[in-house]
Design a protein around this ligand. Structure first.
Ligand SMILES: *[C@@H]1O[C@H](CO)[C@@H](O)[C@H](O)[C@H]1NC(C)=O
Ligand SMILES: *[C@@H]1O[C@H](CO)[C@@H](O)[C@H](O)[C@H]1NC(C)=O
Ligand SMILES: *[C@@H]1O[C@H](CO)[C@@H](O)[C@H](O)[C@H]1NC(C)=O
Ligand SMILES: *[C@@H]1O[C@H](CO)[C@@H](O)[C@H](O)[C@H]1NC(C)=O
Ligand SMILES: *[C@@H]1O[C@H](CO)[C@@H](O)[C@H](O)[C@H]1NC(C)=O
Length: 453
């Protein structure tokens, strides 16, 4: 058979297309088994960056980015829960336990001198998920539920009425740059934690706190209960008179998930209104490219830092749970998660090893590589898998949840003062890297928003 130049060319094009396809994550978003294998690939890629289970390493430790460990483990919990694959369970269980620290409240002394309320909260939510998924408590150590309660108790003690009539500050310690601010994710995350503890334990104290955090949030410029806009942060100096309006998926998601839990738990229409309002505003804000989720503040200019790369993955997961907890939202949410999952898979053609990128809406690999990218994609695949979970939602202590409760867990409500251990060179470096990263990024974004306005 003779081949013309033309047909040789065609064959080459097909071969190279085939070669590329062989290194993409192929996902049929309507197939449970396809989603499972895609989630397996992405989660494997995420754990390639984890060394905490190796000899001489510390379980769950992520030097210079401690909070991100909570997201690796949260993604792994979702993956296990919905696929049945136990590959990472022991590492997750060890890490989630170890970082609970001496008091069981995710203030481990190696990190506690510089971690913020949001960092601690995210570990608390991961532990809460473990309890709600019936991830087995360890035979010794802290139960998952008590770890979440430990975070709740320490944060409750930090509720700050010295400015703005209440609210949690972003940072815990005066020497941290974010101490002068109150922000949405810390308060929205605390609200969500309280809501989930209320539903799980049926203990009224958590419901009372969820309402208190919510009422304060809507009375501040952070959450607007008419337009459902969620701003990022506000300053204590002028008593939270105003807020910038930087938009992040996870700020909305934190409050949305809390409202959905409370509606599921109380059937109070107030929470349905909040759920619908926030979801509607998210729909018109974060999906400028069809139904594909996008952190619009950083993606178009490719200025997302590692924290920000995680936001839309964890928000996707929250959206999936909202669809389950408040079934009337399902028709709005699933098409978005399906388009996002399909686009995310198309971004996973990097390095000939299924490395995933940041900008899912481009539906191709965009050159970024990291644990954060892998975690986000794992999360959006698991989010889609929840549709095949036969409606099995987060359990409560009345529906099979058996994680042990300790309402007094954590450092205790009276002593929230840090013990100022001598800061080592390593701590300082870590703290200043974090601070420079956060504050620097924040300033860049504020300048960008101001100039752009
Ligand atoms: C894929 O390749 C990149 C670049 O070499 C590497 O950083 C990453 O860990 C690899 N991922 C997997 C799953 O092997
Ligand atoms: C750590 O976990 C990874 C992946 O989860 C696994 O491949 C590796 O064998 C584990 N290492 C040890 C020392 O257990
Ligand atoms: C804190 O650091 C010490 C020394 O490196 C280590 O042994 C310990 O496991 C760490 N604890 C946590 C919770 O990371
Ligand atoms: C909205 O928030 C304000 C507090 O700023 C409150 O007075 C009002 O009742 C809230 N409206 C609804 C519908 O919850
Ligand atoms: C509460 O959530 C469960 C899923 O966990 C769902 O089956 C149920 O319909 C929800 N209840 C209400 C009142 O929406």
């Amino acid at each position: 058979m003779r081949l013309s130049t033309q047909s040789i060319w065609t064959v080459l094009v097909h071969l190279s297309a085939f070669a590329l396809q062989a290194h993409a994550i192929d996902v049929d978003i309507n197939s449970e088994s396809s989603l499972k294998s895609a989630a397996s690939e992405a989660t494997y890629g995420a754990f390639k960056w984890y060394y905490g289970n190796e000899t001489g390493q510390i379980p769950g430790a992520f030097p210079d980015k401690w909070w991100e460990g909570s997201q690796l483990f949260a993604a792994a919990l979702n993956y296990w829960h919905l696929s049945g694959d136990t590959t990472y369970n022991e590492e997750v269980s060890m890490g989630l336990q170890w970082q609970g620290g001496d008091k069981g409240d995710y203030m481990p002394s190696n990190y506690s001198s510089y971690l913020g309320n949001d960092d601690q909260m995210f570990w608390g939510l991961a532990a809460m998920s473990a309890a709600e998924m019936k991830f087995p408590d360890r035979s010794s150590g802290y139960s998952w539920l008590s770890l979440a309660q430990g975070v709740f108790n320490t944060q409750k003690a930090r509720w700050d009425t010295t400015s703005c009539g209440g609210g949690l500050r972003w940072q815990i310690f005066v020497y941290q740059a974010g101490y002068t601010m109150k922000n949405s994710v810390s308060n929205g995350g605390f609200f969500q934690l309280a809501a989930r503890l209320a539903r799980y334990t049926d203990d009224n104290e958590y419901l009372t706190w969820a309402e208190k955090i919510w009422d304060w949030s809507v009375s501040s410029p952070l959450v607007n209960n008419q337009t459902w806009n969620v701003a990022d942060s506000t300053q204590c100096a002028d008593d939270c008179a105003n807020a910038g309006n930087v938009q992040w998926t996870y700020n909305y998601g934190a409050y949305l998930m809390g409202a959905a839990y409370l509606y599921n738990y109380t059937s109070d229409s107030k929470w349905l209104d909040a759920t619908n309002g926030l979801l509607q505003k998210m729909s018109t804000t974060f999906f400028p490219h069809g139904n594909i989720i996008e952190d619009i503040t950083c993606e178009p200019r490719e200025i997302c830092n590692n924290n920000e790369i995680l936001f839309k993955g964890l928000t996707s997961q929250w959206l999936a749970y909202v669809a389950l907890l408040v079934p009337s939202t399902a028709d709005t949410i699933w098409p978005k998660l399906q388009s996002s999952g399909t686009a995310a898979a198309a971004s996973c053609t990097g390095h000939n090893n299924n490395t995933c990128g940041v900008r899912w809406y481009q539906s191709k690999y965009d050159g970024w590589t990291g644990m954060e990218e892998q975690i986000s994609v794992s999360q959006v695949f698991s989010a889609n898998l929840l549709k095949y979970g036969n409606g099995v939602g987060p359990v409560t202590s009345k529906t099979g949840g058996d994680s042990k409760s300790n309402p007094n867990a954590g450092e205790g409500v009276t002593d929230s003062k840090p013990t100022y251990k001598p800061i080592t060179g390593g701590d300082k470096a870590g703290a200043s890297i974090l601070t420079i990263g956060f504050v620097g990024g924040w300033i860049v974004i504020m300048v960008f928003m101001i100039l752009g306005a």
